[in-house]
Design a protein around this ligand. Structure first.
Ligand SMILES: NC(=O)c1ccc[n+]([C@@H]2O[C@H](COP(=O)([O-])OP(=O)(O)OC[C@H]3O[C@@H](n4cnc5c(N)ncnc54)[C@H](OP(=O)(O)O)[C@@H]3O)[C@@H](O)[C@H]2O)c1
Length: 248
C-alpha cells in the first residue's frame, strides 16, 4: 500500500451504496478498506475492486460488535497507520412497520443499534487513526427520511412515509453528526451527513430509485472535500451531480 494514497474505510461496503462508494473512492486514488460483517462477502467485493485496479482490502467489521470494531481498527492501524476518510454507510431498515403505534420495539432497538450506536462505536474506535491524518473527513450515511423539516412539510415526498423507527434513527444520527462536527472542527476534521436519495438496492427491495453509483455521489464528495469545504452539513446531490444542502 502506498503511503501517499489517501486511506478510506467504508462500512457495509460489500454491496449497494457502500460498494459503490468504495469503488469511486478507489478509482480516485484512495486505498479503500471495506468494512464488512461477513468476511467472505467482503473478500469477494474487495477482489472485484482489485480486478478493476483499485487498492482494496476487506476487514471484518460488525458495527454492533465492539470487539469486531476494535479488531478492525487495529488491522487498519497496523497496515496503514492512519485513516483519512471514514464513511459510516452500514445501515439497517426493516420492512414497513404497520404504524408507529404498533411498530416492534425490538426492531426499533436493532435499527438504533446499527444506525446510531454502531456509527458512534466505529467513529470513536477510528478517531485515533483519523487524528493522524492531515485532513480527516467523516461522512454519515443519513437519509432524506431523517429530515424533521420534510416530515412536517405536506408538499414533501416524505410527508406520508411511515418507517418511524428507521426515520428516528437517522434523525438521531443527524444530531450526532452536528455534535461531532462542532467538537472536531478545531482539529480540521470535517463531519457531514448525506442523503443518497432513493436508490435501488437490497434495502429497498431493488425497486424504483437511481443506481448505487448515483447514490454514492454525495458521500464521495464529502469524503474528499477540501480544507475550505463544509462541516456540520446535510447534503444530497442534484441530478447534475452538484451538492445541495438539505434541511435537517
Ligand atoms: N437505498 C436507499 O434508497 C437509501 C436511502 C437513504 C439512505 N440509505 C442508507 O444507505 C446506506 C446503505 O444502504 P443500501 O441501500 O446500500 O443497503 P444494502 O444494499 O442493504 O446495504 C447495507 C449494508 O450495510 C451492511 N450492514 C448492515 N448491518 C451491519 C452491521 N451490523 N455491521 C456491518 N455492516 C452492516 C450490510 O451488510 P450485509 O450484506 O452483511 O447485510 C450491507 O453491506 C444505509 O445506511 C441506508 O440506511 C439508503
Amino acid at each position: 500500500m502506498s503511503s501517499t494514497n489517501r486511506i478510506a474505510l467504508v462500512t457495509g461496503a460489500n454491496k449497494g451504496i457502500g460498494l459503490a462508494i468504495a469503488r469511486q473512492l478507489g478509482a480516485g486514488g484512495h486505498s479503500v478498506w471495506l468494512g464488512c460483517r461477513n468476511v467472505e462477502r467482503g473478500d469477494a467485493a474487495a477482489d472485484t475492486l482489485r480486478k478493476a485496479g483499485i487498492d482494496a482490502h476487506a476487514v471484518q467489521l460488525d458495527v454492533t460488535d465492539a470487539a469486531s470494531v476494535a479488531s478492525a481498527a487495529t488491522t487498519v492501524e497496523r497496515a496503514a497507520g492512519r485513516l483519512d476518510a471514514l464513511i459510516n454507510n452500514a445501515g439497517l431498515m426493516f420492512a414497513p412497520p404497520p404504524s408507529a403505534a404498533e411498530e416492534s420495539i425490538d426492531e426499533m432497538a436493532q435499527m438504533f443499534e446499527t444506525n446510531v450506536f454502531g456509527v458512534m462505536r466505529v467513529t470513536q474506535a477510528f478517531l485515533p487513526l483519523l487524528r493522524k491524518s492531515d485532513g480527516a473527513r467523516i461522512v454519515m450515511m443519513s437519509s432524506g427520511l431523517s429530515s424533521l423539516g420534510e416530515a412536517l412539510d405536506m408538499r414533501s415526498e416524505t410527508w406520508s412515509v411511515g418507517f418511524a423507527g428507521y426515520c428516528a434513527s437517522k434523525s438521531a444520527l443527524n444530531m450526532l453528526t452536528v455534535k461531532l462536527a462542532k467538537e472536531l472542527a478545531s482539529e480540521g476534521i470535517k463531519v457531514n451527513a448525506v442523503d443518497p436519495g432513493l436508490t435501488s438496492t437490497d434495502m429497498t427491495g431493488n425497486g424504483p430509485g437511481h443506481s448505487p453509483d448515483q447514490g454514492a455521489r454525495p458521500a464521495v464528495a464529502l469524503a474528499t472535500t477540501h480544507a475550505f469545504g463544509p462541516t456540520a452539513g446535510f447534503y444530497a446531490c442534484t441530478v447534475a451531480g452538484e451538492l445541495s444542502l438539505k434541511s435537517w
